[in-house]
Design a protein around this ligand. Structure first.
Ligand code: OGA
Ligand code: MN
Length: 291
């Protein structure tokens, strides 16, 4: 099967031609989709019809091993009985809307700060695949930032300065900046991870800034200088010309590459309306361990 890509932004993001991903199994189509990911960083697929298991299966065919050490897994048991299927929703075990003060809501709402998935782990997240199962009657977009264009637009001095720096990513840190604190016991399961600030993926030679609100310090620098640099770079990378918002329809699947984009959820009245999506994220292993 041959797929085509319709660009949705001058620099990144494309919508993929009609395709039922449950049936995509052949190496050629999977290779075309991966090439699309390498080029565009974000792909939008309309009208998918995944059961939980079908979404998990497709993710493994597409990119191999799955990430299961999420921050929500330290707070409560997963509603679907599988930590690899992340519950991106504002509802509890019984399907009713979480109260304003619920810790699971306070943790989930932190998706509204710019981040990449699982950068606080090693291996971090590579592809994230988010599927819309129930969407509110109001807009509740997901916004993306193109970290390759953002890198390219930096001046040459800055590129030299940041070339060999490493960054510590911690979700305990980023949640703390949002007024949410994990207990000591929870924090012990979320130690964080160190990653290069500038990354080149094997599948695309353009360098990307690897940043997130989880970025807590530059390893080679004193803490305040490092924080200021990270703040400046996130501010730079999230200027309007580098961003694009996905307005969800029911049954959309959006796949993004966490190595070349950042993302955030946009606010909506989440104590009034339900919003239920499921996310599967693959591990950024050097070799794709196709299942
Ligand atoms: C995620 C995420 C944003 C959203 O699923 O990783 O950050 O809009 N989601 O729900
Ligand atoms: Mn996310």
């Amino acid at each position: 099967m041959s797929v085509t890509f319709k660009p949705l932004h001058p620099n990144f993001v494309a919508e993929v031609s009609e395709i039922d991903l449950r049936e995509v199994n052949d190496p050629q189509t999977l290779a075309e989709l991966r090439a699309g990911m390498a080029k565009y960083g974000v792909l939008v697929f309309k009208n998918q019809h995944f059961s939980n298991q079908e979404q998990l299966d497709f993710a493994q065919r597409m990119d191999g091993e799955l990430h299961a050490k999420t921050s929500s897994s330290v707070l409560a048991k997963n509603r679907f009985g599988n930590e690899a299927l992340t519950d991106i929703s504002n509802v509890g075990q019984d399907g009713s809307i979480l109260g304003a003060e619920d810790r699971r809501r306070m943790n989930g709402i932190s998706n509204r700060i710019w981040h990449t998935d699982a950068s606080f782990e090693d291996p971090a997240g590579r592809y994230s695949m988010l599927y819309a199962r129930n969407i509110p009657p109001v807009r509740a977009d997901t916004q993306f930032a193109d970290m390759r264009s953002a890198y390219q637009a930096l001046d040459e001095d800055t590129k030299k300065t940041i070339a060999d720096l490493h960054v510590h990513h911690s979700i305990v840190y980023s949640r703390h900046t949002m007024g949410f604190d994990f207990s000591e016991e929870e924090s012990a399961k979320l130690k964080g991870a160190i990653h290069p600030l500038v990354r080149i993926c094997a599948d695309n030679p353009l360098p990307a800034l690897y940043l997130a609100s989880h970025a807590s310090r530059v390893m080679e620098w004193a803490i305040p200088e490092g924080r200021l640099l990270l703040k400046d770079l996130i501010e730079h990378a999230t200027q309007t010309q580098f961003t694009w918002s996905h307005q969800w329809s029911l049954n959309d699947l959006v796949i993004w590459d966490n190595r070349t984009t950042m993302h955030r959820a946009r606010p909506f009245d989440d104590v009034k309306y339900k919003r239920e999506l499921t996310r599967v994220t693959t591990l950024d292993l050097p070799q794709r361990q196709a299942a």
